[in-house]
Ligand binder design. Sequence first.
Ligand SMILES: Cc1cc2nc3c(=O)[nH]c(=O)nc-3n(C[C@H](O)[C@H](O)[C@H](O)COP(=O)(O)OP(=O)(O)OC[C@H]3O[C@@H](n4cnc5c(N)ncnc54)[C@H](O)[C@@H]3O)c2cc1C
Length: 431
Amino acid sequence: MGMDFSKKVNNMVDKVKIIPQDIEEQMRLENVYKLWNDQVNLLLTEEERGFVKELQEFCIDYDPKINYETDVYGMFPDFGKKGYIQRLNPWKEFKLAGCKYEMLLGMNLAMMDAEFDLARLASGILCGNPTFQHGGTPELDKVQDELLSGTKVGCIAMTEANHGSDTVNMEAKVSPVDGGYKFEGMKIFTTNGPKSDYFLGYGCVDEANPRGTMVQAMLSRDMGITTERLKINAVPRVHIGKTHYNGIVVPEAMITGKPGQGYHNLFDGLVPERLSIVGSSLGICWSSILNGIIYSNLRNQFGKPIMKYQAVSYPFSDLLIRVSSATMAAFNIAKMYDENVLQVMQRGEKVTPEMSKASAQWSGQIKYLCAKLAAETAYETQQLMGGVSVTDNTRVMRTWGVSSIQEVIGGSRGVMQLIMSGNLKKMMKLL
Ligand SMILES: Cc1cc2nc3c(=O)[nH]c(=O)nc-3n(C[C@H](O)[C@H](O)[C@H](O)COP(=O)(O)OP(=O)(O)OC[C@H]3O[C@@H](n4cnc5c(N)ncnc54)[C@H](O)[C@@H]3O)c2cc1C
């Protein structure tokens, strides 16, 4: 008789401790943050440091209460109360906001729990950001408050089975009807989908003319959307799904981009989305390295700490050099985006075409760099730390899971290269 492997996989074993108590204690979140602050503090303003201090104090308190046997969604209201579902846009009393604040939020949350950070980013940024840029109706204001307070969950439903990288040529159909728009079709890889109350959805009136007819709208589950969960082992506590529009009618008040405008909204939204993902990727990088550095300074083999072997310390130095440099570049891009795009839009002014183009290029470049670096850093740290890092005894294993999807979400490696190669060809026009 054959073995029932599915049952074996589903029957999770309890945590068995192999890490020495003293090392585990030193790897606590408070110490990881302490080392991170030492590396990053000089890159922050006084206000940013104050924001990080408060956020870290909250996370240090919260960390021991996280149950890794359950999904992440129960954590949303706790973080919503503190304004930690997103920090791209000022909301309620949480005025310290912008792309750099959002990166700082993503980094610190990913160092605590990278799976939670992935889910809150999908809800707060991918679904929530358009309510700031293209909202304004009382209905959309309500959605915004519910998403950002963490009482409701949101997602973005853009990718389809036949259209991933080629998302613009989507098949989902939108038809104008009395009082709104009818949405038909199916989306896949919807992060948070199976748990979502709100879906930032897309479809086209004329499939042959997506640029001229794409619609963007806030769909809600109670309109009749249904979802199925996909099994994605890398992030077991995040629900990622297949979403069916089921021919629901979305009222005018929930439309964030009318036919044609939806296309521009989709592309404008990609820039802050990618920059936010950069924050999470860098959080994964820092988490991996700093946990690895603490462990390797305490773990003895052949009579001395493994960090004393160049085979361990040199690769860690190499990672630290690259992660530190990527962090400085990311902060710089975030500052440029805040000053030249986000704050300009918030004042109701027009962003210059040069800045619009440059921010699209910079966000793609830094997303490409940091997503790849996250996967590399997580994997390399595991090799440098040894066996304990692939068990549930440290947070390195969980972080590694999330690192493995950073390159594919928010625009894959190939598409980032495609955008850049287009620019390479255009460069000749300057000569
Ligand atoms: C865990 C996870 C979460 C996700 N969350 C969401 C979400 O919340 N919402 C959502 O809408 N989508 C989401 N996605 C979808 C994600 O954005 C897509 O997977 C991604 O856009 C790539 O599409 P694809 O998987 O269909 O790959 P394809 O488009 O089929 O690409 C396959 C390969 O070909 C390369 N390629 C394709 N076209 C080109 C080209 N022209 N030039 C160069 N290389 C090319 C790609 O880089 C890739 O290597 C998620 C995906 C995953 C895995």
